[in-house]
Design a protein around this ligand. Structure first.
Ligand code: CMC
Length: 378
């Protein structure tokens, strides 16, 4: 058997062959199925991009309409899921609520027919359609309110913002939110996608695949960083405090949230697009001093850490967009999940097409031949 060098975090080790997305970390390029992210952010919608990722090609007008129609009519959640969510502690993190609810959905669809395209399509539609409803329902129920029913006359993002805020969103805000979903939907072999593929490789159901990926996305080194960015901006408080804050992080060898990436060694192209969206939002709805702090951070971090390839990543500016829309900080990562579920499902489908169960090896560095010590001798 070939012996490979051990790489902590599997850095640089291919875990799959995939044609879903591509990153050039040196040039700052991200493509979904070969199409540049900048073009999709300008011209596409979240559901069209989700279709592209999952089925490999942009849909025709009829295909897109059919997909949008199916998603629209599967948005409602079962009352048993809603009642289960009502019992969750309101102090719990919405990512945990989402993980539990996504897994619970599998209880209702236990027939596993992984080789049937109709089963795959139904599962894709159901998960993409219901995850936003679950996120919005938990948000309202933890405030003591009843969840709001989805509105069939609103498109995907506008409907989510409506269910969350109990009022129809401004069209610019809804479009910007939809672009945010496009930017977060897929990103090659990141931790949660890897998790999804490992779970998929056991041939379990797609609800378990998504639940395991949601659990992985929640950590602060992955999707949870967007929450921590806002906390950091609040702690910094003013532009004058930026330089001493960064200096202190560097001295303590603490990571500055929203900066750095395993793959990008230049500014993340998604951060560049998000920054423009922040500016558009602020132009229409008023400025936020946090943006000045963020810009100063970008300048100082570049000055100090550009030599290490540390630049803003996707999480640095996304929080500012959501904050301006009045979305609570602990929903930022569930919103990341609303988008990323389509990417995970594209990987689920790809994994099934040429499946081999993940079973890596390890380098054992423990002891051998140790005699069992009776409890009274320990
Ligand atoms: N602030 C300061 N220094 C950093 C940072 C940072 N945010 N990120 C990396 N470095 C330094 C690190 O200290 C190390 O320096 P040295 O070589 O002198 O020891 C060097 O850069 C390499 O760091 P690493 O931790 O080995 O890099 P990694 O590829 O394992 O980690 C990362 C990538 C994203 C986990 C890391 O950059 C990080 O923790 N960033 C902050 C958290 C964050 O923003 N996460 C969101 C990631 S993007 C979206 C997503 O994937 O979900």
């Amino acid at each position: 058997m070939m012996v490979c060098e051990y790489k902590p975090g599997l850095e640089g080790i291919p875990a799959a062959q995939s044609s879903i997305s591509y990153v050039d970390g040196q040039k700052g390029i991200l493509e979904y199925r070969g199409i540049r992210i900048e073009e999709l952010a300008e011209k596409s919608t979240f559901l069209e991009t989700a279709y592209l990722l999952i089925w490999g090609e942009l849909p025709s007008k009829e295909e897109l309409e059919a997909f949008e129609h199916e998603v629209r009519y599967h948005r409602r959640i079962k009352y048993r899921i809603r009642d289960m969510m009502k019992c969750f502690p309101e102090s719990g993190h919405p990512m945990d609520a989402l993980q539990a609810s996504a897994a619970a959905l599998g209880l209702f669809y236990s027939l596993r027919d992984l080789h049937n395209p109709a089963y795959i399509r139904d599962s894709v539609v159901r998960l993409i359609a219901t995850i936003p409803t679950m996120v919005a329902a938990f948000q309202l129920m933890r405030k003591g309110n009843d969840p709001v029913r989805p509105r069939d006359d609103l498109d995907y993002s506008a409907n989510f913002l409506y269910m969350l805020n109990e009022q129809e969103p401004d069209p610019l805000a809804a479009r910007i939110f939809d672009i945010c979903l496009i930017l977060h939907v897929e990103h090659t072999m990141n931790a949660s996608t890897f998790s999804a593929r490992v779970t998929a490789s056991t041939l379990t159901d797609p609800y378990a695949v998504v639940a395991s990926a949601v659990g992985t996305l929640g950590g602060p080194l992955h999707g949870g960083a967007n929450e921590e960015v806002i906390q950091m901006l609040e702690d910094i408080g003013s532009v004058d405090n930026v330089r001493p804050y960064i200096q202190d992080c560097l001295e303590r060898k603490a990571k500055i949230m929203g900066f750095g990436h395993r793959v990008y060694k230049v500014k993340d192209p998604r951060a560049t697009i998000l920054q423009k969206l922040v500016e558009q939002l602020f132009e229409k709805f008023g400025h936020d001093k946090f943006y000045d702090i963020a810009q100063e951070m970008e300048r100082v971090v570049e000055e100090k850490l550009a030599s290490k390839g540390i630049y803003p990543n996707v999480d640095f500016y996304s929080g500012l967009v959501y904050r301006k829309m009045g979305i609570p900080t602990d929903l930022f990562t569930p919103i990341f999940a609303i988008a990323r579920v389509a990417g995970w499902l594209a990987h689920w489908k790809e994994q099934l097409a040429e499946n081999r169960i993940f079973r890596p090896t390890q380098i054992y560095n423990g002891r051998h031949e140790i005699p069992y010590a009776p409890i009274e001798q320990r």
